[in-house]
Write a protein that binds this ligand. Structure first.
Ligand SMILES: Cc1cc2nc3c(=O)[nH]c(=O)nc-3n(C[C@H](O)[C@H](O)[C@H](O)COP(=O)(O)OP(=O)(O)OC[C@H]3O[C@@H](n4cnc5c(N)ncnc54)[C@H](O)[C@@H]3O)c2cc1C
Length: 406
């Protein structure tokens, strides 16, 4: 493994830095002092500047609004952009998952129409997959699509749809044939979120925010032209989205060892800086080891990409470890602050609420994009070669699988 940039990569990094040095400062800021609408607006302006200068969706083809960059260039850009606190969140699902799915399955005309609007930040997209009865077991979803002439009529409910309340378009997986086993009766679409019959209801979270939603479909009509993949091929299309999701959801980020060290130096415990306490030092050392392990796991992924390989199921380790660490570091930081830890005022709390954000955000992160248990199953089955999870309904027609639903 050679961790140094090649000459070309170093030149690319310098170019990316020059762009960021010139433009990032006016958009970079912690999110805590603005409303969600202001954050999304700031994000749209940043996305537009990137698009206009050839720094949006780097690995997409140029004709769809990208740059035609290599996976390594995409990684270098991610590293450099990640050094600034930029408002990229609202676009993560659209650009990371919906765009690649459209590139793989939409018609040429649809790609040329939709993708530049996505890349420039004009349109935000969401992922309408999970349902009350179909989360980890996505193929158990029940939202029905029934063919009617050139249209499909959609009825059902999605849940946990991040950003649906500010999204313009979405990708949607539905059940079109309940008479065949669950994976075989699905069909995939994209749709305008303003189509009549689509109702978005935000869900309030413990953090105080409402980033995800319930989305109800009542007799929503989608033209057959907005189908992605064949009728009954929705599972294969979903896999494309999910593979991109696995790459997109990596390290949990948030406050980590450096922030914890700064806090432990600033806060007093028994009259001395907390860093002098052996138990505090031991905990920080433990997370330092985990952070180092994650860094080298990440280098392994980067090395695979630089050799033109696609990272495999071992990539699941990053989210399992980093999401639990994010929660533990947040909890420990709050404990160190004693009673002050329960305050939610960025001006009164050290590290601008970073530890509180970790603590409140990590439970969701441990579920989104594959729960801890599902990722452990993947590691067990596909990395370690252990016996597979039991799948009793695999070959049973969906409408004969016993369930409480009518
Ligand atoms: C912050 C956040 C954002 C999200 N954004 C979106 C989004 O934009 N679009 C979208 O479609 N969905 C989204 N989701 C939904 C997410 O994909 C699901 O919550 C997730 O797949 C888990 O499904 P579930 O909630 O139905 O839990 P379930 O699948 O019902 O799981 C419940 C519990 O059972 C465990 N479990 C389930 N199956 C197994 C098994 N085979 N072996 C061992 N344990 C198992 C799980 O690990 C979990 O602990 C989001 C979720 C969160 C938290």
């Amino acid at each position: 493994m050679d961790f140094n940039d090649t000459r070309e990569e170093a030149a690319f990094r310098a170019e990316a830095r020059a762009f960021l040095d010139k433009h990032a400062a006016q958009f970079a800021a912690p999110r805590r002092n603005e409303t969600e609408a202001q954050y999304v607006e700031r994000g749209k302006r940043w996305q537009k500047i990137k698009y206009e200068n050839g720094w949006a969706c780097l690995n997409w083809p140029k004709e769809y609004g990208g740059r035609g960059a290599t996976p390594m260039e995409q990684i270098i850009w991610g590293q450099e952009e990640g050094r600034h606190d930029l408002p990229v969140g609202p676009f993560a699902i659209g650009l990371g998952m919906c765009g690649p799915t459209m590139i793989a399955y939409a018609t040429e005309a649809q790609k040329r129409e939709q993708l530049p609007l996505m890349a420039s930040g004009e349109h935000i997209w969401c992922q309408l997959f999970s349902e009350p009865a179909g989360g980890s077991d996505l193929a158990a979803l029940r939202t029905r699509a029934v063919r009617d002439g050139d249209d499909w009529v959609i009825n059902g409910q999605k849940i946990w749809t991040s950003g649906a309340h500010y999204s313009d378009w979405g990708i949607l997986v539905t059940r079109t044939d309940p008479n065949v086993p669950k994976h075989k009766g699905l069909t995939f679409f994209f749709l305008d979120m303003h189509t009549p019959g689509v109702e978005v209801k935000p869900i309030k979270q413990i953090s105080g925010g409402a980033n995800f939603n319930e989305v109800y479909f009542t007799d929503v009509r989608i033209p057959d032209a907005q189908r992605l993949g064949g009728v009954g091929q929705g599972w294969q299309v979903s896999i494309t989205t999910l593979m991109n999701e696995r790459l997109a959801v990596g390290n949990a980020g948030g406050a980590d060892v450096d922030e914890l060290l700064a806090l432990a130096r600033a806060i007093k415990l028994d009259g001395k800086p907390a860093i002098a306490n052996a138990a505090v030092r031991e905990k920080i050392a433990e997370w330092y080891c985990q952070t180092s392990g994650l860094k080298f796991t990440n280098y392994r992924t980067i090395s695979a990409l630089s050799r033109g390989q696609t990272p495999g199921p071992e990539n699941s380790i990053t989210k399992v470890v980093s999401a639990a660490k994010q929660q533990d570091v947040g909890s420990f930081g709050i404990d160190l602050m004693d009673m002050g830890g329960i305050l939610m005022d960025a001006k009164k709390v050290p590290a601008q609420l970073a530890f509180q954000s970790n603590f409140l955000g990590a439970p969701g992160y441990r579920i989104a994009g594959g729960t801890d248990e599902i990722l452990r199953n993947i590691i067990a089955e596909r990395v370690l070669g252990l016996p597979a999870d039991i799948r009793v309904d695999k070959n049973v027609p969906f409408n004969q699988v016993p369930s409480g639903a009518k």
